[in-house]
Ligand binder design. Structure first.
Ligand SMILES: [Fe+2]
Length: 393
């Protein structure tokens, strides 16, 4: 996150001796995501963070792709993804490309006996159901329905759930995830026309410092493999840190929609960006107020984007019969728009209660085997105007 955060105790000068009260020194670690030029934090460990005891092996977690090249608009019944006790086993890739993975997950149990680290990708976890605590070496973040948890690559974390009914949409990104640049000034401060500001961003608090030796399993995701690495010291042994690179939370309910006299395009809903995709939040808002405005979106051809929409809550203006937990994919190359009747029905409406998350990717998405099982096989015909149009197909 491009603003400064400090937690715990740190020495007055970086790269200098930082003594422990009972003798010895704390060990400094620079934690960045783009070499030595991107955002970074300096952490101070009780022990050296390099103490690997054992590498126990790995399992293959490469997504199993069923459709490599896709031109069909698809609807996925996301809530059909079965709840699974373990968090990592529950993560089900639905759509992937070389930049991102779009994952659904319904974990039931807290991660008690291991830690997790994604070495390749930043992660955004959107919490559709459930609440609990994200524990990291940067401190903890409480989460609940509507939160985006943004976790930079390399962050070691665990998830504690308050109950077993949890539903996540997870986006893994090979490029760092930022807030939109056009909403930041030269110094990184969010500008007045930004739909959210620094006060809406929740930074880690409650730094846990464990001075413990033993066997600590960290499952590390790297190049589509999950390695079991055993460390000799507890990974949450940080006494303090400062900098710009750390996990944070932002609630979709704190996104302040930008509205206008006539229909505003999807970029007004933009919440996060990378060089390969954007994430947008469609939130309850007043409709356009020109007397002749058509609030429903116009048909559009994003010829260079695959467009994924995850329906969270409320009635969606362009498609009122959609169920929550549904994902749709509108692929690049063909236009899409409101379903028949939705444009006319939207005229004169004053507001919408829709809540949805959109992920637009600049490179085409491939459909996984698990994803294909969630599709209905007929969504691509849902723009036909009447039943007879479908006869003979
Ligand atoms: Fe669209």
């Amino acid at each position: 996150m491009p603003f400064y955060h400090k937690l715990g105790k740190i020495p007055p000068k970086r790269h200098t001796v930082f003594k422990k009260p009972d003798g010895g020194i704390y060990y400094e670690q620079l934690f960045g995501t783009e070499g030595f030029s991107g955002m970074a934090s300096l952490l101070y460990h009780t022990h050296r963070p390099t103490q690997v005891r054992e590498i126990k092996g790995s399992i293959d977690v490469k997504p199993d792709v069923s459709v490599d090249v896709n031109i069909e608009s698809l609807l996925f019944d996301g809530f059909k993804v079965n709840p699974v006790a373990d968090y990592l086993e529950s993560r089900t890739p639905i759509m992937v490309n070389d930049d991102i993975q779009i994952i659904l997950s319904a974990p039931q149990e807290s991660t008690d006996d291991y830690f997790y680290k994604n070495a390749d990708s930043d992660e955004v976890i959107f919490v559709h159901k459930g609440e609990g605590k994200l524990r990291t070496q940067f401190g903890n973040l409480d989460f609940k329905y509507g939160d985006y948890l943004v976790i930079p690559r390399g962050t070691i974390y665990k998830l504690d759930f308050d109950n077993t009914d949890n539903r996540f949409l997870i986006v893994e990104s090979r490029q760092p995830i930022y807030t939109p640049k056009r909403y930041r000034n030269d110094f990184g401060q969010l500008l007045e026309h930004s739909p959210f500001c620094e006060r809406d961003i929740r930074q880690p608090y409650e730094l846990e410092t464990h001075d413990e030796a033993g066997e600590f399993l960290i499952k590390i995701k790297k190049q589509d493999k999950l390695f079991d690495m055993v460390y000799a010291k507890h990974p949450f042994d940080v006494v303090g840190y400062d900098g710009y690179n750390y996990p944070y939370a932002f609630s979709i309910h704190d996104f302040e929609p930008i509205t206008g006299r006539i229909h505003q395009p999807p970029p007004v809903h933009q919440t996060f960006e990378t060089s390969a995709m954007v994430i947008c939040s469609f939130c309850p808002r007043l409709y356009d107020y020109h007397p002749q405005a058509i609030p429903a979106p116009y048909n559009h051809s994003n010829i260079d984007s695959d467009e994924v929409l995850y329906y969270v809550d409320g009635e969606f203006m362009s498609r009122p019969d959609i169920e929550i937990g549904t994902l749709t994919l509108h692929p690049a190359g063909i236009p899409h728009g409101p379903q028949p009747g939705a444009t006319e029905a939207s005229i004169g409406k004053k507001e919408t209660k829709e809540l949805a998350v959109m992920v637009d990717t600049f490179r085409p998405l491939r459909i996984t085997k698990q994803g294909l099982k969630l599709t209905d096989g007929k969504y691509y015909k849902s723009w036909l105007e009447k039943k007879s149009d479908n006869e003979g197909f």
